[in-house]
Design a protein around this ligand. Structure first.
Ligand code: F6R
Length: 634
């Protein structure tokens, strides 16, 4: 989704801003822009240069190569359209009428219509359809008021104006503001939308996401909600919304930089599919005890004694993360014996179920920034606190791939899936990491509650230990198979994915992957539901991809597949190569494992098939149209 980068120091700002924006490209955007401030020789005041371009960043780069954007202070933005089409006039930065103030914003200004009408009544003309444009006009008016009172232009005056304007803005947003009259001041604000300050030597950065700071600095100051900062070449001043000074020490990021490198892969998505054995290996080494024979089943960092008293679990997530949560719920209920519900975070926040006692709330989000998931968790925290369910208000668990994200600031127990940066918009390795986190939780709870015997738990753990090498072999064997099968989808317009039980969420995930990167319409269905309606869609033009792994519903899945075959659908199976699976026209074989462990394998051919179908259509697999890597607006 939209990305912000800002810089102040003694180096040329525009190459640094472009570099930062390049590192945010993977998040999805449809236009880009930047603004800088510099001073002309023999003049006291500076001037703002603003450049914006529709489409890919390369268009902005060309523009800046042609006409330049001088200055050691600047703000940059990649925009993912919400209010107004992806056109140049809607791209950020936005400026006031004089062009002296430039603003970039991530998030949504909910009352922008009202503010806009009010400004229009005062004679302000708008040049865009965005919600953001009200901000520079409001700051301009406020600055004029302060100057009329006799104040002189300074960073503090700009800050004062922004504080006043914040009082008028409703919504969740992060903003960065520059003013031609203060060529050594940058003001940034965070309200429920991520923003992090980076500290260099005699220079400072600010970005909506950590990857933008890679290569610039490892010393960071993540901003908290309702916080603002004045950045000058001399330092950072942190304030609350009332203008009161705050103090907080920066953090130093250890570990290796998250390098965004496609290596020899054609797309990041393919590279990330290939990285899944490492994701699984890391989880096994971190969380599965080496000595399974002793019964020490670790499964995750759940030391808090309160975990003992959990009676129920609720999982809040969106998209692929919700599918991981659905597999998790199956494991938690059926393996660990604990009642578990999964919710669309976006629905939960407005229609939560009645409060249940001793309930653990889990938020699943690879980015740790999804607005709906964060808001649903916050709402649940607030709801339990106000009903004096304090202990369980605070017992929230976040499962994420970004332990420095807003989720980690909000939730006290964090499980880092450690998959490394995922650049492809379509989640693959982070999905696997989320699944594994749920296996760990289910094992841990089953061991604590003794809902499964030691032998059953040990058997599952043994299977999980073998998963990294099984995934590796699967990817090796399926690459070519999926690629050649994908040719058959050249003219396909609709696909149905079927699964049951623990593999029903994998059918949903298969359909989501296919539709988001290939733009083919796809439905995921629990196989038994087909005959209650969707079977009407089937004919020889609609391939049916059915997950069929031995277990409690194996025969049922096979007979549901037969029903599809009787309607002339091409049947593609994902399951072990055994006599029963010969009914499929094509089989994408997986090793024979228990039904419990099967989703960790059935998802791999799904990912590869979707990838090759989209790649063969020549589509932008890593940045599909209309999608963003982290969805920071509601
Ligand atoms: C699909 C996909 C999305 C995300 C969803 C939630 O491939 O990536 O459906 O799963 O937007 O994102 P996170 O996990 O960041 O909360």
């Amino acid at each position: 989704m939209c990305g912000i980068v800002a810089f102040i120091g003694s180096r040329d700002a525009s190459p640094l801003l472009l570099d930062g924006l390049r590192k945010l490209e993977y998040r999805g955007y449809d236009s880009a822009g930047l603004a800088t401030v510099t001073i002309r020789e023999n003049e006291k005041e500076g001037f703002v240069t603003c450049k914006r371009a529709k489409g890919k960043l390369v268009n902005l780069v060309e523009l800046i190569e042609q006409s330049g954007a001088p200055g050691h202070l600047g703000i940059g933005h990649t925009r993912w359209a919400t209010h107004g089409k992806p056109e140049e006039h809607n791209a950020h930065p936005h400026r006031d009428a004089s062009g002296d103030i430039a603003v970039v914003q991530n998030g949504i200004i909910e009352n922008h219509n009202y503010l806009r009408q009010d400004l229009e009544k005062q004679g302000v003309s708008f040049l865009s359809e965005t919600d953001t444009e009200v901000i520079p006009h409001l700051i301009s008016k406020e600055l004029q008021r302060l100057l009329d009172l006799g104040k002189l232009p300074s960073g503090s005056v700009l800050l004062e104006a922004v504080i006043e304007v914040m009082k008028l803005l409703e919504g969740a947003y992060a903003i960065a503001v520059i003013w031609s009259k203060t060529p050594d001041s940058l003001v940034v604000v965070k309200k429920q939308t991520p923003l992090v300050i980076g500290l260099g030597e005699g220079e400072f950065f600010c970005a909506s996401d950590m990857p933008a700071l890679t290569g610039f600095t490892r010393t960071i100051l993540p901003m908290e909600d309702d916080e603002m900062a004045l950045l000058t070449p001399l330092g950072i001043e942190l304030y609350d919304v009332n203008g009161q000074r705050k103090n907080r020490s920066p953090l130093f990021l250890s570990g290796v930089d998250q390098v965004i490198d496609k290596q020899n892969f054609r797309h990041f998505m393919l590279k990330e599919i290939h990285e899944q054995p490492d994701t699984a290996e890391l989880w096994v080494s971190r969380y599965l005890s080496n000595d399974l024979e002793t019964g020490a089943f670790l499964g995750g960092p759940y030391d808090a004694p309160i975990f003992e008293s959990i009676e129920e679990i609720q999982i809040l997530a969106c998209g692929t993360s919700r599918h991981a949560g659905m597999v998790g719920a199956y494991l938690l209920e059926q393996f660990a014996g604990i009642r578990t519900s999964v919710f669309f975070a976006s629905e939960f926040r407005y229609a939560p179920p009645p409060l249940s006692p001793n309930t653990l709330t889990i938020g699943v989000t690879q980015s740790g920034e999804t607005a709906d998931t964060l808001a649903a968790l916050a709402m649940e925290h607030q709801r339990r606190t106000s009903l004096n369910n304090i202990e369980f208000a605070s017992l929230q668990l976040g499962i994420t791939n970004c332990p420095e994200s807003s989720l980690a600031l909000q939730v006290s127990n964090i499980l880092d899936i450690g998959a490394g940066i995922e650049v492809g918009v379509a989640a693959t390795k982070t999905f696997l990491g989320q699944l594994l986190a749920f296996y760990g939780l289910a094992i841990n709870i089953a061991a604590r509650r003794k809902s499964r015997s030691r032998t059953e738990i040990r058997n599952l753990c043994r299977e999980l230990k073998a998963i990294p090498s099984q995934i590796k072999d699967l990817i090796k064997n399926h690459n070519q198979m999926a690629e050649s099968l994908a040719h058959r989808f050249a003219d396909t317009e609709d696909v149905v994915f079927l699964g049951r039980g623990i593999n029903y969420p994998i059918a949903l995930e298969g359909a989501l992957k296919l539709k988001e990167i290939s733009y083919i319409h796809a439905e995921g269905y629990p196989a038994g539901e087909m005959k209650h309606g969707p079977i009407a869609l089937l004919d020889q033009r609609v391939p049916v991809i059915s997950i069929a792994t031995p277990g409690v519903v194996f025969e049922k899945v096979l007979s549901n597949a037969q029903e599809a075959k009787a309607r002339d659908a091409t049947l593609i199976g994902i399951g072990p190569k055994i006599p029963e699976t010969e009914i499929f026209d094509f089989l994408l074989p997986i090793p024979k494992v228990s039904e419990w462990a099967s989703p960790l394998l059935t998802v791999i051919p799904m990912q590869l098939l979707s990838y090759y179908i989209a790649a063969q259509r020549g589509l932008d697999v890593d940045q599909p149209r209309n999608l963003a890597k982290s969805v920071t607006v509601e």
